[in-house]
Design a protein around this ligand. Structure first.
Ligand SMILES: *Cc1c(COP(=O)(O)O)cnc(C)c1O
Length: 373
């Protein structure tokens, strides 16, 4: 099956009891036992497993081309479970530009627990090679990265990790499996914040880990999911499963619109620089073209005139909403530095744009007017 067929049918079986075409919602927290104490239908208690979560995990697994998937209550809960799978004294190599919450969790929760982390520019494989140590367990990359869409060569970094006896983990949130499948490129695990494109409508939080192998490390992740308890509610799984059915067509349409917006912004005198891997001017364009099936619907740009000029744009847009987050059908714009906190290295005049599904001409007019001041 191709991706768009998988998105619609895997984890979306017709209900055998009623013939319902749409997945029924199983809110029950507990499931009936046999007189002999067994569980004839396989379900025990919803924290351990639930039909809606199982359907979602099948779907996520199939889209990424993995062997096993674990769904969580948010993207950060998935990242938390991944790091809990390690031990104090372990070492990880991490991209030096990442979603700010990931940096926070590594430094402020796992740092005090003894996890050692080296942050390097993973666009340069030699720097990753120099950073690995005998106790390196993970090489953690995010590509395209947040917020300047740096592109890491997944195949090159996965090769270095494998040779070092470490696993390569890729946060694939901005690309989604529709545009990039890290497991096919040699990565061992994929992280998704399903809050973003999978959900697609800015109304549900979720996260997932998908593994290339159903191995010992994944068994530990599964245990942490069930015993740690950061599981998604059945209705959240249901919403994300529903979102996934239109993920391929939304992703392709939003990507087409974003490419036009990126070119439009690049032509504007008020714009200093545009970060979009689909632009020939982007330093990661060649690698992105090789490893992605499309350049995505996220872009950032720097506005001439500094912080005030950038903030003024977010105050003047009418169709685009100034808000954090991404991946929904509605376009969102954000002054990134002000949400990342005092340690942020993001330029003060940078705006991040999540391109939605509105008409491209309306979006251009909105930006044109806001930039004109
Ligand atoms: C949003 C995001 C996360 C965190 O996901 P939540 O669902 O908000 O916890 C992680 N990585 C990336 C790249 C993200 O955009």
């Amino acid at each position: 099956m191709k991706l768009s067929t998988k998105a619609i049918h895997v984890g979306h079986d017709v209900d055998s009891l009623t013939g319902a075409v749409a997945l029924p919602l199983y809110l029950s927290t507990t499931f009936e036992r046999d007189p002999d104490g067994g569980y004839p239908r396989g379900y025990v208690y919803t924290r351990l497993d639930n039909p809606n979560r199982m359907a979602l995990e099948q779907s996520l697994c199939s889209l990424e081309g993995g062997k096993a998937a674990a769904a969580f209550s948010s993207g950060l809960a998935a990242i938390n479970a991944l790091l809990q799978g390690l031990s104090g004294g372990d070492h990880i190599v991490v991209s030096d530009e990442l979603y700010h919450g990931t940096v926070h969790i590594i430094k402020d929760i796992y740092g005090p627990w003894g996890l050692q982390a080296t942050f390097v520019d993973t666009r340069v494989p030699e720097l990753v090679q120099q950073a690995v140590r005998p106790n390196t367990r993970l090489v953690y990359i995010e590509t395209p990265s947040n917020p300047t869409l740096k592109i890491t060569d997944i195949r090159a970094i996965a090769g270095i990790a494998r040779a070092a006896g470490a696993k390569c983990v890729c946060d694939n949130t901005w690309a989604t499996p529709i545009l990039q499948r890290p497991l096919e490129l040699g990565a061992d695990l994929v992280i998704q914040s399903t809050t973003k494109y999978h959900g697609g409508h800015s109304d549900v939080l979720g996260g997932a880990l998908v593994s290339k192998d159903d191995d010992e490390f994944f068994a530990r992740i599964r245990m942490i999911q069930r015993i740690g308890g950061a599981v998604p509610a059945p209705f959240d799984c249901w919403l994300i499963s529903r979102g996934i059915q239109t993920l391929p067509c939304r992703m392709k349409a939003q990507t087409r619109i974003a490419a036009q917006i990126a070119a439009f912004l690049e032509s504007k005198p008020q714009v200093e620089k545009v970060y979009y891997p689909g632009l020939a001017s982007h330093e990661g364009h060649a690698v992105a073209a090789r490893q992605m099936d499309g350049f995505g619907a996220m872009l950032s740009f720097q506005v001439r005139g500094g912080r005030e000029a950038a903030l003024a744009v977010t105050g003047k847009v009418k169709i685009i909403t100034p808000a954090t987050s991404l991946g929904g059908v509605e376009s969102l714009i954000e002054h990134r530095k002000s949400i990342e906190g005092p340690d942020s290295r993001t330029p003060d005049n940078l705006l991040r744009l999540s391109v939605g599904l509105e008409d491209v001409e309306d979006l251009k007019t909105d930006l044109e007017t806001a930039l004109a001041g």
